[in-house]
Design a binder for this molecule. Sequence first.
Ligand code: ZN
Length: 201
Amino acid sequence: MIRLHTRKMGDEWPYDQAPFAKDAGALHALYDKARAVLMGGSATARRVFELVESSSIVIDMIVSRGKSGGYFLPADPSYGFDFHGSSGLIVWYPEASFEFYVEGPQPTHINPETGSKWCLMAASSDLVLAHELGHVVQYMTDFGSNAARFHAEYKANLLLIENDNVRRHERPVAQEMGNFMTRRDYRTSKDSEWSGKLIRI
Ligand SMILES: [Zn+2]
């Protein structure tokens, strides 16, 4: 199941002490809208929402403003804060854009090592939400909701887990939605080491 919260997230607060957002209603509405859009347009997204919502494991969904994109944290004690009985949390910023490079029709950058050409595009924050819920599905199905195992495996093989999530969830959702940007590889994020090698054409 998903417990929906709206909070002001930021480095200045530990997760479990972040103050509640003043405009909780507006943030709830953004979540409801994204959920409806995704479930209406993508069979994969519908399956992901239904799996997480019907599960007995509890996921805290924190909807907030600012920052970029979102993330999923399993409830591993090594993070050092109280998960309040949840099995993990998603922090999602519905109004923030998240940029990655795609092999678009009008490339602006080239990878001098491979000759491949890329352009920077902003992904829909709805796609970010689908991506983070995809991690919850991995957590539930591949790791038996074992937070320590997921956390350890993520630290050891980040790209393996991320690209599996892109392949099984993010990309099918983007393709089914039709008008969403999609990426082949997790490393194509704007702030990644990989993108640091690109040069402008
Ligand atoms: Zn991810």
